[in-house]
Design a protein around this ligand. Structure first.
Ligand code: GCU
Length: 616
């Protein structure tokens, strides 16, 4: 089966591009208890080809006669709260890398969908299947890593990639009475995957983000874009650009945008491709509040297609570079950041809710941040939207991490698909200022070609934001560190990770100098060191809070000497699980570089960083 990016080529997929602003549509959540079967040898997938009548867990078969042999039963299997990673929900699955099957049932009663926990009735009337007015999409916020989806035993689709949304048109698969969704999730790692075999975070498997049935009109806005143009028309006016794309190639449909607070109402016609080509209109500068960390202003926007309307909250701002400066709304800004992995604040595995986002981002705010690096993959949508409301700018990244299979076309297609879906989901979020295409990738011409194409492709999708990637610094000689990466020509912002004081040159930070020969803004996208919270001692004692505190003091003094430094996102906000960190009593499968422990306690280095930002 030829794998093309996120979608296999052979399955008769009902996959549609992820609907833009899915939260705006009526939906019924399928979150809650799902039955699950751990299937180490994929018994439930491959055998059905030999006995099609009997196997294939997706058939949810039940014995009909006393002599029937069926060796699985979802309804008698344990249940797991979804969304979640299975590693933290069942201790037998803590290290598990393989296949787990999930099943969720729900009722259709005369067009009304009812989840099995009838305490949560459907919040909308869904159409009787095959109706003309609406479609029903089965939407997943993310599933890690490779999943096949069936509805009532019929294949909905196959998706690859652990951190981006996908949805299937299941309208014709739903039926009156009992329905079920069955998902086969496999989180095994492979050399050709994105990320590849090795990465410094836990390989959390499962249905890790929201699942819902979404009602969209038969003809809907598959995508739209509403952004402030960088160029000023003149001092009095600013220009807003709008474009849209229907899910069908139909001309002559009316698309109206209404921004009441700005007294803007504009109507456009779709062309033969079902598009509203990029159209601009003016707004008086004095009336427009630009989005910024100090004033994260969002405007209520109503976007109508014929008689169907979706609402969104849109911020207007510009982001650009000038020589070594990053300009937000034309003004130089220093990115006071912190790196964050997508983990619950309390050690509970994958973060996936707005309360998780609020807690993590409140710690970043307390640190004095106006910016976060969401590493090393697109985070859930709550994190991005919460940061937008809180005035926190975002670096969003796809997991082209370390030793990717640079010469494998399917790997490139996978990375390209993940990049497409990351940008497609979030390109209307004012707070996202940087798309990152990679982290710490070893230099080679194959890697330069792979990432160079990816950078050009990212720019073709979105020319309004900055492109970057976390590079690596080549070794020092006589205390001079030189950044030398061919990829510098492809990025707007030159970013790199450095671990002076932790992985190398312990105690030498004060003597270090840096040579960055590119006339572009510079971000140090990672620096830091580990400490176990509560372990105290001399500042040269590895793993003590005092060691980490001293490392931050010395690194920050070194950063102050780097000309053109436009920002930093120390590694990392919170201790996070990693299978590579096995030192007993200190790491215990946690990477301890957090400024906050995995149970939310702030280490001494937190306050050193907080002080530095306060004085920035
Ligand atoms: C690397 C990498 C991180 C990793 C960190 C570390 O730079 O980008 O993902 O966790 O260093 O070694 O702790």
């Amino acid at each position: 089966m030829a794998m093309m990016g996120g979608i296999s080529a052979t399955a008769q997929d009902r996959a549609l591009p992820p609907v833009q602003n899915v939260m705006a549509y009526e939906s019924m959540s399928l979150n809650g208890n799902w039955n699950y079967i751990v299937d180490v040898q994929e018994e439930g997938y491959y055998d059905y080809r030999m006995n099609p009548t009997q196997w294939g867990f997706f058939q949810n078969a039940k014995p009909k006669r006393p002599e029937d042999l069926i060796e699985y039963d979802f309804d008698k299997s344990p249940v797991m709260r979804i969304p979640s990673d299975w590693n933290t929900q069942d201790e037998r699955l803590f290290f598990y890398e393989g296949t787990v099957w999930f099943k969720k049932s729900f009722l259709m009663d005369n067009g009304k969908l009812i989840t099995d926990n009838s305490s949560v009735p459907a919040n909308c009337q869904f159409p009787i299947p095959n109706s003309q007015q609406n479609k029903v999409l089965l939407y997943f916020g993310a599933v890690n890593y490779d999943c096949h989806v069936w509805v009532n035993g019929k294949k909905a689709g196959h998706h690859i990639g652990g951190f981006t949304p996908f949805n299937y048109d299941v309208t014709s698969l739903l039926k009156e009475g009992e329905n079920n969704v069955i998902v086969k999730v496999d989180n095994k790692r492979h050399a050709q995957d994105v990320p590849t075999l090795i990465f410094d975070w836990w390989n959390y498997g499962g249905i890790t983000r929201d699942v819902k049935l979404v009602k969209v009109p038969t003809l809907y806005l598959q995508d739209y874009s509403l952004q402030l143009e960088r160029e000023k028309t003149n001092e009095k006016n600013r220009t807003i650009a709008f474009s849209a794309k229907l899910n069908q190639a139909e001309a002559g449909h009316k698309v109206t945008i209404l921004i009441p607070e700005l007294k803007i109402e504009k109507t456009f016609d779709t062309d033969a491709q079902g598009n509203v080509q990029c159209s601009t209109f003016n707004v008086q500068s004095k009336k427009l509040q630009l989005w910024s960390p100090q004033n994260p202003k969002l405007y209520k926007v109503y976007i109508s297609l014929d008689t169907n309307t979706v609402t969104d909250s849109i911020g207007f701002r510009t982001i650009e570079t000038r020589d070594k400066q990053i300009l937000l709304n034309g003004q130089p800004i220093f990115l006071k950041g912190i790196s964050i992995h997508e983990e619950k604040p309390n050690g509970g595995g994958r973060a996936n809710s707005s309360e998780d986002a609020r807690t993590l981002l409140s710690w970043a705010k307390e640190l004095g941040c106006n910016y976060v690096r969401l590493a090393h993959y697109p985070h859930n949508e709550y994190m991005v939207r919460e940061a937008e409301r809180m005035g926190i700018m975002v670096w969003s990244e796809i997991p082209c991490y370390w030793t990717i299979a640079w010469t494998n076309p399917a790997t490139y297609e996978n990375a390209r698909q993940q990049l497409t879906d990351m940008i497609s989901r979030d390109h209307n979020r004012a707070n996202i200022i940087i798309w990152s295409i990679a982290n710490e990738t070893p230099h080679s011409k194959e890697r330069d070609q792979f990432l160079g194409n990816l950078a050009k492709y990212a720019r073709s999708l979105d020319s309004t934001r900055l492109i970057s990637m976390a590079m690596e610094v080549t070794g020092a000689s006589n205390y001079v560190n030189r950044l030398n990466d061919n990829m510098n020509e492809y990025v707007d912002v030159v970013s790199f990770n450095q671990y002076i004081g932790w992985y190398r040159d312990v105690n030498d930070a004060p003597k270090m100098h840096w040579e960055i020969p590119y006339n572009k803004p510079v971000i140090i996208s990672e620096f830091g060191g580990g400490a176990r919270y509560g372990y105290h001692g001399a500042k040269n004692q590895r793993w003590t809070e005092e060691f980490q505190e001293n490392l931050y003091r010395e690194n920050l003094a070194m950063l102050d000497k780097i000309e053109g430094l436009s920002g930093t996102s120390p590694w990392i906000l919170k201790d996070f699980r990693s299978p590579r960190r096995v030192l007993p009593g200190i790491q215990d499968f946690y990477n301890r570089k957090g400024l906050v422990s995995d149970s939310g306690e702030k280490k001494k280095a937190f306050y050193v960083m907080q002080e530095w930002y306060k004085n920035k």
